[in-house]
Design a protein. Sequence first.
Length: 65
Amino acid sequence: MTYENFEDTPVWQEAAHLYELTEDLLENAAFHASSGFRDQLDRAALSVSNNVAEGFERGTTSELL
């Protein structure tokens, strides 16, 4: 299957969903963690979708994989 945009790929959609779930967790008052850990978790979750998008934009299958 060929995708026109990285947003159409199932892996990017799952990564975006992961980030939404992470944001929900971080906004939950019952989740207790240091500010450094919270920041690292936020950045790591966002990084997944960013890496998929970057690989897609490079235009080769090996980069996307």
